[in-house]
Structures are given as structure tokens and as C-alpha cells.
Write a protein that binds this ligand. Structure first.
Ligand code: FNR
Length: 353
């Protein structure tokens, strides 16, 4: 089948994966209100074109934390990518390198930082979960730094994993072949039990100072959903913010990311980059997020769909579809450069059902 959209690729991925693995990847917390709302928020957006703008081909490269990205999107941190394909993160990093976009490597990556760094031709960032045993987290951060990773992204919305009812019903455990490659040996079969046992549930803003004391890398905070927390992050010394509800996997009932983006972008007022994730599935979604104040977006589940369908080539296809759709949406909307996309581009109405 000639796959033309990320939605088509998702349907193919579902056919290739065990039902319980599909549910682990696809599912959200609770009744999945937030998961559904992330997509609905994008479906509610209409783009108001400017005609006869005389632009020609739009520019889509951008600079984030001093590095050029070939497009205003990157790969969100996704643990255990070896679930979708044995090459896991290695295939993702190679595909992203070809596309010239960064990968945020999860604390729970199934391949080592060193082998990923050796394969990378675009920036790698480390996503940090803070463990009760800080020595484990310190080791991760130091190893990633030595391997040439360029930034840290501390996940702030996960004192433990949200209740993912699909996984509870399926009694989901990771197959023995799927384990974190960068963590000490331990019992990782149940992701939620492992997080309950090992994550620091009392994390606070002092984590930024702590990370700063062990690393020179820029620090992004992932999971911000209010203007107040965005301001707090900057006050605490963060170098960037990721507007995220963890793809609807943590607080069910948290607002869709696109809906809170304008208040956060206006509170941040250009002091640091603002990224967004959650429900980005089309080039037009990327453009809408940029128009409403994001500097770039991160892509989650579609990358796993790409891996499941076609390993490295599948991920490359995901990134290529998104790039081509973004260029198309900008061309047809009369937007010459990413900075030209502002709130006037967006009109919102009831979601299409
Ligand atoms: C995630 N996400 C995630 N986030 C994080 O900070 N660390 C992690 O290890 C993971 N792992 C992970 C695994 C799987 C299977 C999924 C689906 C998600 C959340 C991820 O970074 C991102 O916030 C969402 O996936 C974005 O939403 P979309 O694009 O999947 O809708």
C-alpha cells in the first residue's frame, strides 16, 4: 500500500503489532479524555489563507537552542522503541539524522546512548526521569553528556505512571527481550510498577539546580500546561519548555496542549523556546501549533507506527510525509517563513466528527 498520511500508517501499524503492544503504545490514562482532546483540538482548527502572497517555496528550517533543524519538528521521547521493532531507537536516530531533525532519547531507550550517538547525524537530547536513587539519574546524564548529547529534557508530569486502563485490562508486561539499555539491571517487566518503585514522586523545581550542578547542557522542562508553571520554569532556570500532557498518558482531564499553548507562549514572551507535543499528525497541525506560539513540535506515536511498519524506512516516511505536508500547507496558506505564521492564521470551530 502506498501510504500517504500518518493516519494510514497508524492503521498499518495496528495490523503489525500484538494487540496488547498496540494498546500500550496507543492508549492514554483513565477514560482517555485528554488523549482524544489532543486530536480534537487540531481538528477544530481552520487555516485562513492569504492569497496571491507572491512567496514561492516556503522555508521550513529553524534554529532551536543554537542548532539548525531542517524542519520545525523532532522526535518526542518514547521509551522502549524496541517493542515496535528490534532496531528501536537506532532506526529512529538514523532516520531523523537523514531528515535533519533531532531525537529526544528516553531514559527507557532500548539501545545504548553510545551506539545512538555513533549513528546520529542530527542533535540528540536526553529525556530525564528523576529516580529516587539520584546516582542512577546522574549516571544517565553524565553518560549522555560524554556521548555528545546536546540538551536535557526533564519530564515533570510523571511522579509515577498514569493509570492506563488498557494495560491494566491486558495485564501488560514487557517481553523479556525489551529492556532499558542504559539503566542498571532490575525488574522492568511492568513499566507502572517500576515507575512506582523508582521514580522520585516528590520532585520539585530544585531539580533544575541539581541537573545544572551535574551538567552544562541546556535543560528543557517537559509537561508544562499553565502559564504559571511556564514562568516558574524560567525562574527556576530552565532553558526551554515543552507544552505536553504526555500524549494523554498522565493526568486524564488535563487540557489539550494546543488549547493552552497561546497563554503559555504569551507568558514566556520569547525568553526561551516553547515546544509542543500531543496529537500532531499532519503538516497543517505543525503549522497551527507554530501559529499559536510554538517554536517547534515533537512527534510521538507516529514514530512508533513508522518503526512497526517499516523500521528505519518507516520512520523516514513519517518524517517525510510531515515535512511535505508542512511545505504544502504553508505554500497554499501563503506563508513564506515559519515566523510569518501568527494567530491570525487560525480560526477555530467545532471539531469535525
Ligand atoms: C511516551 N512518552 C514519553 N515521555 C517521556 O517523557 N518519556 C518517555 O519515556 C516516554 N515514553 C513514551 C512511550 C510511549 C509508547 C508513548 C506513546 C509516549 C510521551 C511522549 O514523549 C509524548 O509526550 C507524547 O507521545 C506526544 O503525543 P503523541 O504525539 O503521541 O500524540
Amino acid at each position: 500500500m502506498n501510504v500517504l498520511t500518518l493516519a494510514e500508517l497508524a492503521r498499518l501499524a495496528k495490523l503489525n503489532l500484538e494487540p496488547a503492544v498496540w494498546d500500550f503504545i496507543e492508549g492514554g490514562a483513565g477514560e482517555e479524555r485528554t488523549l482524544t482532546a489532543n486530536r480534537d483540538a487540531f481538528d477544530r482548527v481552520w487555516l485562513r489563507p492569504t492569497v496571491l502572497a507572491g512567496n514561492g517555496t516556503p522555508q521550513i528550517d529553524t534554529a532551536i537552542l543554537g542548532r539548525r533543524w531542517a524542519a520545525p519538528f523532532g522526535v518526542a521521547p518514547l521509551g522502549y522503541q524496541t517493542l515496535a521493532h528490534p532496531d528501536g531507537e537506532l532506526a529512529t536516530v538514523r532516520a531523523a539524522g537523514e531528515a535533519g531533525v533531532p531525537v529526544v532519547v528516553s531514559t527507557f531507550a532500548g539501545r545504548t546512548f553510545e551506539e545512538l550517538a555513533a549513528a546520529a547525524t542530527a542533535p540528540l537530547w536526553l529525556q530525564v526521569y528523576c529516580f529516587r536513587d539520584r546516582a542512577i539519574t546522574r549516571d544517565l546524564v553524565e553518560r549522555a553528556g560524554r556521548a555528545g548529547f546536546e540538551a536535557l529534557m526533564v519530564t515533570a508530569d510523571t511522579p509515577y505512571l498514569g493509570r492506563r486502563l488498557r494495560d491494566e485490562r491486558n495485564g501488560f508486561t514487557l517481553p523479556p527481550t525489551v529492556r532499558p539499555a542504559n539503566l542498571p539491571p532490575g525488574d522492568y517487566a511492568s513499566p507502572s510498577a517500576q515507575a512506582r518503585a523508582q521514580f522520585d514522586p516528590a520532585l520539585d523545581w530544585s531539580v533544575i539546580d541539581w541537573l545544572r550542578s551535574i551538567s552544562d547542557l541546556p535543560i528543557m522542562v517537559k509537561g508544562v500546561l499553565t502559564a504559571a508553571d511556564a514562568v516558574q520554569a524560567i525562574t527556576a532556570g530552565a532553558d526551554g519548555i515543552v507544552v505536553s500532557n504526555h500524549g494523554g498518558r498522565q493526568l486524564d482531564g488535563a487540557p489539550p496542549t494546543l488549547s493552552v499553548l497561546p497563554e503559555i507562549a504569551s507568558a514566556v514572551a520569547g525568553k526561551c523556546p516553547v515546544l509542543l507535543d500531543g496529537g500532531v499528525r499532519r503538516g497543517a497541525d505543525v503549522l497551527a501549533a507554530l501559529a499559536l506560539g510554538a517554536d517547534a513540535v515533537l512527534l510521538g506515536r507516529p514514530v512508533l507506527h513508522g518503526l512497526a511498519v517499516g523500521e528505519q524506512a518507516g520512520v523516514a516516511q513519517v518524517l517525510d510525509i510531515l515535512r511535505a505536508e508542512l511545505v504544502d500547507a504553508m505554500s497554499l496558506a501563503g506563508i513564506a517563513a515559519l515566523d510569518d505564521a501568527g494567530p491570525d492564521l487560525v480560526q477555530e470551530s467545532e471539531p469535525r466528527r
